[in-house]
Design a protein around this ligand. Structure first.
Ligand code: NAP
Length: 293
């Protein structure tokens, strides 16, 4: 409870995480590109600052949870960024799903300033963030992980150190390769079961109890039946993740044809204007209105 927290990026995920930190009694300094997205947090006691550098000046630990690797680069390395103000003894923790290479660059810069860095992308979705049950995939030093573990515990149920800088992002890519399969599988399952004239609610209930059980089915199938395509997890962010995963696979001389296919499907979905929908909107490639025809 002795640490003052900085938090940059209070969107779908970040805002829920900040609420957990506030509930646990921490002082939290916040910054977000769109200021209004911090209003509720400020009402709950968070303190607004005008730049990432200002947040950094007033915090011991600085979390970031922005959208894309380019956003991460901006908040760490630009003028008025974290590293402009960073000083000896502070810890930076990037919760964004980003590239292993950028995580290593942040780590190097942090070390040169006497700071510590962790890459710590999460899994568990918007509901996991609200419930405080996220899984955190951590890369960095044991020392930094030990310092930050009590903070992870306020919003996660598992936060394991995977290895040195970049290992958290690599683990998240492994996670997203798996999710590519569960999202396409869940979508094609619904399209098939519907075409076969089955009762979809009953099918979902039955499959959830058998070997086909998975997180995408449990969390998104009923949302589709309710025509709830809100994010959740943005299509544009999943596409970003699939691109990073395939780039990294290529560096490892690996061919991942099923992940490539999932990326192509999500590209088609984004081209149809659904980039700001949740990833369950994949079914709109078959059900353009978002409901059974
Ligand atoms: P989001 O709602 O778009 O949140 C990102 C926030 O970061 C937005 O509020 C955005 O500001 C802010 N931001 C972006 N660039 C910034 C910058 N340069 N300076 C300050 N603030 C900036 O997205 P999200 O769903 O929370 O996801 C965040 C990250 O977590 C993504 O990398 C995503 O892939 C990953 N993730 C998401 C989920 C999920 O289920 N949602 C699960 C696991 C991981 P604006 O308000 O101006 O856009």
């Amino acid at each position: 409870m002795d640490k003052t927290i900085g938090f940059i990026g209070t969107g779908v995920m970040g805002s829920s995480i900040v609420r957990h930190l506030l509930r646990s009694g921490y002082t939290v300094n916040v910054y977000n590109r769109t200021k209004s997205k911090t209003d509720d947090l400020v009402r709950r006691g968070a303190i607004w600052w005008d730049t990432p550098a200002d947040v950094t000046k007033h915090s011991d630990v600085i979390f970031t949870m922005v959208g894309f690797p380019s956003d991460v680069e901006e908040v760490y390395f630009d003028e008025y960024g974290i590293f402009e103000a960073g000083k000896n003894g502070q810890v930076v923790v990037d919760l964004t799903t980003s590239t292993p290479t950028l995580a290593q660059r942040i780590d190097k810069e942090a070390v040169s300033k006497g700071m510590l860095a962790l890459d710590a992308p999460v899994s568990g979705g918007d509901l996991g963030a609200q419930k405080g049950t996220l899984t955190v995939m951590v890369g960095g030093s044991q020392e930094a992980h030990e310092q930050i573990k009590p903070l992870f515990d306020t919003f996660s149920s598992a936060a394991e150190l995977q290895g040195p800088a970049g290992s958290g992002q690599h683990t998240k890519m492994a996670n997203q390769i798996m999710i590519a399969g569960t999202m396409t599988g869940m979508t094609e399952m619904l399209v098939y079961a519907d075409a076969a004239g089955l009762d979809l609610k009953k099918v979902i209930h039955t499959l959830n109890a058998g070997a086909a059980q998975n997180w995408s089915l449990a969390n998104y199938a009923l949302r589709i039946l309710k025509q709830d395509y809100s994010p959740g997890f943005f299509v544009k962010h999943f596409l970003k993740d699939l691109k990073i995963a395939l780039d990294e696979a290529e560096k490892l001389s690996l061919d991942l044809p099923a992940t490539k296919q999932a990326k192509q499907l999500y590209e088609q979905l984004q081209e149809k204007g659904h980039g700001d929908d949740g990833t369950q909107a994949l079914i709109k490639l078959w059900w353009p209105e978002g409901k059974r025809s």
